[in-house]
Unconditional design. Structure first.
Length: 393
């Protein structure tokens, strides 16, 4: 039914007309009971020409075919070609007419012209002509109405499906907005509250305890600065969750200037060293030319990986951070020698930190690899160039 439905599409009237003309030629030269006369051929050619030239104007085509039929009824004995042409023109008009009155006027005109062949005939032959209107007028009218109704029902079904899709998308957006609001409330009321309390207490301790060892004072300063930065990030994240349309996205809120990325990576390395980890950093100066989104990803990956080294490999571990830019792609890697304590229950895919790192990398078109290497642990990825990441997305 698929090809048949396409054949009777409103836009394929020319294809239908060509098929009808080929059928008419087959009738004239193969199926006609007697050889066609010159008049019959002329009327057939005129009907074919009118059908081809007026296939996109069904109203005018119906009038032309009906006039040719009236002439054929008076001039030739076999006017099948013109009769089929007029009936087909009625079918085409029925499928596309905007008003029902036009359809019924066209059907009445064709019926009157068909009945002119029975004028002056005896009553039985006149009744036979009336019943003959059924295949000549009734069938194309009924078929056109069926096709028209089926097409309208299909359009209504598509509109309902589109409306249902829009409704589902609207409900999904509303549900996601509710979830974001709930998460924002939890972040603000619970996490941010406790972090702020910790920062406040560390700040009080810095002022109350005046005779501290300089190393302890440095630790307090680092904890206070880290907590303050965490609070700022939490506030920005809460703003994104509450009003995602009011900003350019969460990455835009927390992104750093590209030129500041080398210094930010240096800060992450310094914090890891303050935690006791020996870090060897090999950072390509070209990272300062990265876009803000990939630059933020490199920074977050480095912070998470170095934190994991301090957490799982221990304070005596030696970590190596490598960041380089090759042909626009970012090659990032963090390895450690595993001298410190390494939990044997760490899964192959890592914990939630590894999961978050993998999701961040996949959004940018890359793939994160994480697992043991030698006596230590290795986490690495390649963030593709910006145009390649867009093509993958």
């Amino acid at each position: 039914m698929g090809w048949l439905g396409r054949l009777f599409d409103a836009r394929d009237s020319l294809a239908r007309m060509v098929l009808l003309i080929l059928s008419g030629l087959g009738y004239l030269f193969v199926g006609a009971p007697v050889a066609p006369t010159n008049t019959q051929l002329i009327l057939a050619v005129l009907a074919f020409a009118a059908g081809l030239s007026l296939h996109h104007r069904p109203h005018v085509n119906l009038l032309a075919q009906t006039m040719l039929l009236a002439v054929a009824i008076w001039l030739v004995d076999d006017f099948t070609i013109n009769q089929v042409g007029a009936s087909w023109a009625l079918l085409e008009l029925t499928m596309v007419a905007r008003r029902g009155r036009t359809i019924w006027l066209a059907a009445g005109l064709l019926a009157i012209v068909d009945l002119t062949d029975s004028i002056g005939d005896p009553l039985p032959r006149l009744l036979s002509g009336v019943f003959g209107l059924l295949p000549e007028v009734g069938v194309p009218l009924l078929l056109g109405l069926v096709i028209r109704t089926t097409r309208e029902l299909g359009q209504q079904s598509r509109r309902r499906a589109e409306e249902e899709q829009r409704r589902r998308e609207s409900e999904g957006r509303a549900a996601r907005a509710d979830e974001r609001s709930a998460i924002a409330r939890e972040l603000h009321d619970v996490v941010a509250h406790h972090v702020a309390s910790m920062v406040l207490r560390v700040g009080v301790a810095r002022h109350v305890l005046t005779d501290l060892d300089p190393r302890v004072s440095a630790v307090f300063d680092d904890v206070h600065g880290t907590g303050t930065a965490a609070l700022a990030d939490l506030r920005r994240l809460v703003a994104v969750l509450r009003d995602p349309d009011g900003v350019r996205g969460d990455a835009a809120l927390t992104a750093i200037e590209p030129s500041a990325l080398p210094a930010a990576l240096g800060g992450a390395v310094d914090r890891a060293r303050q935690a006791g980890v020996t870090v060897v950093a090999d950072i390509d100066p070209a990272v300062g030319t990265l876009d803000a989104v990939r630059g933020l990803a490199v920074l977050r990956l480095s912070q998470e990986a170095l934190t994991n080294v301090a957490k799982h490999a221990g304070a005596d571990a030696v970590a190596h951070l490598s960041v380089s830019v090759v042909d626009g792609a970012v090659h990032w890697e963090v390895t450690d020698d595993g001298r410190g304590w390494l939990p044997v229950t760490v899964p192959a895919g890592g914990g939630h930190g590894i999961t978050g790192m993998r999701e961040r990398v996949e959004v940018l078109g890359g793939r994160l690899t994480a697992g043991p290497t030698g006596t230590g642990w290795r986490v690495a990825t390649v963030l593709p160039a910006l145009h390649r990441a867009t093509e993958r997305a």
